[in-house]
Write a protein that binds this ligand. Structure first.
Ligand code: ADP
Ligand code: MG
Length: 390
C-alpha cells in the first residue's frame, strides 16, 4: 500500500481539508450516537497540534443533491464536535467560493451532498474544493469505495493529497488479513441474500480455505445441495452459482449445515425447532444454523489462522434465532486467529453478544469492507496511490 500519509506532511500554517465520516444518527436535532465523531478526534488533533487551519468535510444521510435540507444539516454535529474538542467548531454553510479560516481554528463545511456534482465526481466541483486547501486528507474509509467529488475528485486536484490515520489503520488491518494471511483462512459470509454478496462469495471462495455460509445465503446453498428449504428466504436463480462454488475443486471447502433452526414465521413469539437439514417441512423457514452445525463451525474457527466475517448466520435480532450467531461470535472472539469483521448488522451482532473488543479488527465500512473483500481497489485509495507515484 503506497499512499502518502498525513503523519508525513508538514501541516503548520497550512489549510488542511479533511474528509471525515461524520454520518451519525440524529434524534430530535441532536447527535444520538457519537462513536464516529469520537473516532475522528485524533486526526483533527494531529492537524491542530501543528497549528493548521482545519477544514472538515463530511456527508450526512442521503439528501437530494443540489438542495439545502435542514434535516440533513451538519449543525448538530458541529456543536457536538466542538464540545468533544473543547473548542468552537464553526459550521460554514456557503463554502465553495472561499472559507475564512485561521491557523488553529476548526471549521466544518455543510453536508457535501448538498452540492450538485458530488455523486458524479464532477470536475468543476472537485477543483473548487481543491482550491480551498493546501493539503487534502482522506480519512473516511466508509466512503472510499465511492468515487465522488469529496472523496476522489478533490484528491486528484489538491496540491497535496494523503491518507489520514483512520484510513491507514483500516487498510493495514485489511491488507494483513487478505494479502499474506496466516492459514487456514476461514471466512464467514451470512446475511439475507446471495445476490447482494455474490461477488464477495466468488472472490472469497477462491482465496480462503473454508467458507462458512449462513443466513439466507446458506439457504441457497442448502437448496443447491438438494434439500427442501420450505418457505425459507432463498434465491432459486442463484442455486446454479452456489453449486458451481461448492464444486470448484481449487476453491474453498463450503460446508452445508447438518442441522437448522426453523419456525413457521419470523416473529418474537414464534416457537423454534431444531431439525436435521433434510427434514425441513414445506411450511417452515430456516432462520438459524443448528447447534451441531454451530459446534462444527466453532471448531473450524478455533483452528483458523485468519478469520474474515461479514453477515450474521441467522435472524439474530430475535433471540430464538440468534444461537448460531452467538456461538460463532464467541468462537471468533476465543480463537487465536487474526480476525476481522465488518458490516452494519454484523457489528450489531458483535455488540449484542459482547465480543466487539475481542475481535482483532472491526471495520467501520459496510460497502467499502465488502468491496475490499471482493479484491477491488477502492477508488479513493487508488487516487491516493496515483498521487504517491506522481
Ligand atoms: P451485514 O449488514 O452485516 O452486511 P446483511 O445486511 O447482509 O449483514 O444481513 C443481515 C440480515 O440478514 C439480518 O437482518 C438478519 O435478520 C438477516 N438474516 C440472517 N439469517 C437469515 C435467514 N435465515 N433468513 C432471513 N434473513 C436472515
Ligand atoms: Mg446489513
Amino acid at each position: 500500500m503506497n499512499v502518502p500519509r498525513m503523519s508525513e506532511q508538514s501541516l503548520g500554517g497550512q489549510r488542511v481539508m479533511i474528509r471525515l465520516d461524520l454520518n451519525v444518527p440524529l434524534k430530535n436535532g441532536a447527535v444520538a450516537s457519537d462513536t464516529r465523531i469520537r473516532a475522528t478526534l485524533p486526526t483533527i488533533r494531529m492537524a491542530l497540534e501543528q497549528n493548521a487551519a482545519v477544514i472538515l468535510l463530511s456527508h450526512l444521510g442521503r439528501p437530494t443533491e443540489g438542495e439545502y435540507d435542514e434535516q440533513f444539516s451538519l449543525r448538530p454535529v458541529a456543536l457536538h464536535l466542538g464540545e468533544l474538542l473543547d473548542a468552537p467548531v464553526r459550521l460554514v454553510t456557503d463554502w465553495l467560493d472561499g472559507i475564512d479560516v485561521s491557523p488553529g481554528e476548526v471549521v466544518l463545511c455543510e453536508n457535501v451532498r448538498f452540492n450538485k456534482g458530488e455523486k458524479s465526481n464532477d470536475e468543476t466541483l472537485s477543483r473548487q474544493m481543491a482550491d480551498l486547501c493546501d493539503v487534502f486528507v482522506m480519512d473516511a474509509f466508509g466512503t472510499a469505495h465511492r468515487a465522488q467529488a469529496s472523496t476522489h475528485g478533490v484528491a486528484q486536484y489538491a496540491p497535496v493529497a494523503c491518507a489520514g490515520p483512520l484510513l491507514v489503520s483500516e487498510l493495514e488491518a485489511l491488507n494483513k488479513a487478505m494479502a499474506e494471511p496466516a492459514r487456514p483462512v476461514v471466512a464467514i459470509v451470512g446475511g439475507s441474500k446471495v445476490s447482494t454478496k455474490l461477488t464477495v462469495l466468488d472472490s472469497l471462495s477462491d482465496m480462503v480455505d473454508q467458507l462458512i455460509v449462513g443466513g439466507g445465503i446458506a439457504n441457497t446453498f442448502i437448496a443447491a445441495a438438494g434439500h427442501d428449504v420450505g418457505e425459507s428466504l432463498y434465491e432459486a436463480d442463484l442455486v446454479g452459482d452456489a453449486k458451481r462454488m461448492m464444486l470448484a475443486s481449487a476453491g474453498a471447502e463450503i460446508p452445508v449445515p447438518e442441522d437448522v433452526v426453523v419456525a413457521v414465521e419470523v416473529s418474537e413469539s414464534a416457537p423454534s425447532q431444531v431439525r436435521p437439514v433434510d427434514q425441513v417441512e414445506s411450511d417452515e423457514l430456516i432462520l438459524d444454523i443448528g447447534p451441531k452445525t454451530a459446534e462444527r463451525y466453532a471448531e473450524m474457527l478455533a483452528a483458523a489462522g485468519t478469520i474474515v466475517w461479514n453477515g450474521p448466520v441467522g435472524v439474530f435480532e430475535i433471540d430464538q434465532f440468534g444461537g448460531g450467531t452467538e456461538r460463532i461470535a464467541h468462537a471468533v472472539a476465543d480463537s487465536d486467529a487474526f480476525s476481522i469483521a465488518g458490516g452494519g448488522d454484523t457489528l450489531a451482532a458483535l455488540d449484542k453478544y459482547g465480543v466487539t473488543d475481542r475481535i482483532s479488527y472491526v471495520s467501520t465500512g459496510g460497502g467499502a469492507f465488502l468491496e475490499f473483500l471482493e479484491g477491488k481497489t477502492l477508488p479513493a485509495v487508488a487516487m491516493l496511490e496515483q498521487r504517491a507515484t506522481g
